[in-house]
Design a protein around this ligand. Structure first.
Ligand code: COA
Length: 339
């Protein structure tokens, strides 16, 4: 026990640090059960053609718990970063589908992984991962060394299977990154977090209830707020849209992504998409699309990347990052042998 009598059992804190946050590793997890559009045709008044044409989604994955998926994605991300769970100072879990009301699902993730730092949930719906990433950058500035930022969802637990508007859209999954303090130039160049709580009724679920949505109005707002937020983040970053190597938008509907890219003046080919095979996985969608892009060699050292999320709240979040190759950016401080 320290002089204050308050020494924590396993948590981490710190005094303001000097490193910049580099995405040092990433990972994803999907449950094994695949639900195709054809499966949905069997019990909903819908069709594969309608879903594909109106959303771009062909299949989604369903099952597991949020903690299981988050821990699996987190385990892969930590290993990919060449780290051990004991190196992680904090698990920050963005989710809108926690496994319980109490405690935070992040606590189970922390235990499953063997992380000895802190853990908490963050709910900003589909914007949650970008909210989490911005928070993690702030925590590194306050002295933490490594934050595991996870977006994980089991949307299938709050979807009414008889509601064709929502049942065709959502899926389950998780994506995670390790944000690590490194001796490197700034990577978070500009960001914007927002919320319009007066519009909460457009997309909501009561505790224990099912998700209800005004699809067309959410569509309109998604395009408008994402474009507005992205422009603010780009301006703060001093980056022009045409200089972006990659856009990682929330994976809700390919028509929304197309409209956003058109309005920002970015060719659709520069957008990372996974929704065809995952559906809308809410807070998991951006880290899954980012991880897929990185795994497919679509990101090289120095690239400018825009992450852009929107969702229930209504909430929105944008971040302009300079992507640094984690193998090149030096680790800081005492564990600092460059990889
Ligand atoms: N299968 C078949 N027909 C469907 C359908 C479905 N799953 N859902 C709606 N329709 C029908 C409607 O009943 C309507 O029929 P009508 O013309 O005979 O009246 C027609 O398709 C068009 O409906 P509309 O709601 O205007 O379709 P849409 O093009 O807006 O697509 C969504 C519906 C839900 C796919 C779209 O509005 C959307 O993606 N909204 C955003 C949702 C979202 O992103 N939510 C999460 C935010 S994080």
């Amino acid at each position: 026990m320290d002089a204050t009598g308050l020494r924590s059992a396993g948590g981490r804190g710190g005094s303001p640090g000097t490193g910049t946050g580099v995405i040092a590793g990433w990972g994803t997890a999907l449950p094994p059960r695949v639900v195709t559009n054809r499966h949905l045709e069997a019990f909903l008044d819908t069709s594969d053609a309608w879903i594909t044409e109106r959303t771009g989604i062909r299949r989604r994955r369903v099952g597991g718990t949020t903690a299981e998926l988050a821990a699996e994605a987190g385990r892969i991300a930590i290993a990919h970063a060449g780290l051990h769970p004991s190196d992680i100072d904090l698990v920050l879990l963005a989710t809108t589908t926690p496994d319980r009301a109490v405690p935070a699902t992040a606590s189970e993730v922390q235990d499953r992984l063997g992380v000895r730092g802190g853990a908490c949930d963050l709910n900003a719906a589909c914007s949650g991962f970008v909210y989490g990433l911005v928070h993690a950058h702030g925590l590194l500035a306050l002295g933490l060394r490594r934050v595991l930022v996870v977006g994980a969802e089991t949307m299938s637990r709050i979807i009414d299977g008889t509601d064709r508007q929502t049942a065709v859209l959502f899926g389950d999954g998780a994506g995670a990154v390790v944000l690590e303090a490194r001796d490197a130039p700034p990577t978070l160049l500009g960001w914007d977090l927002g919320s319009e709580g007066s519009a909460a009724g457009l997309l909501s679920a009561e505790i224990g209830g099912m998700l209800r949505m005004d699809g067309p109005e959410v569509f309109r707002r998604a395009v408008r707020t994402t474009v507005g937020s992205a422009r603010v983040a780009l301006e703060r970053a001093g980056v022009r849209a045409e200089d972006l190597a990659l856009v990682v938008p929330h994976q809700a509907n390919l028509r929304i992504i197309t409209a956003i890219c058109e309005r920002l003046g970015i060719p659709l080919e520069r957008a990372a998409t996974v929704l065809e095979s995952t559906g809308n996985t809410s807070a998991a969608s951006i880290p899954m699309a980012l991880a897929a892009a990185a795994d497919n060699g679509r990101l090289v050292d120095g690239d400018l990347v825009l992450l852009a999320g929107f969702g229930a709240g209504m909430s929105w979040a944008s971040a302009v990052l300079r992507w640094l190759d984690p193998g090149r950016a030096q680790r800081t401080g005492t564990n600092g042998a460059p990889r």
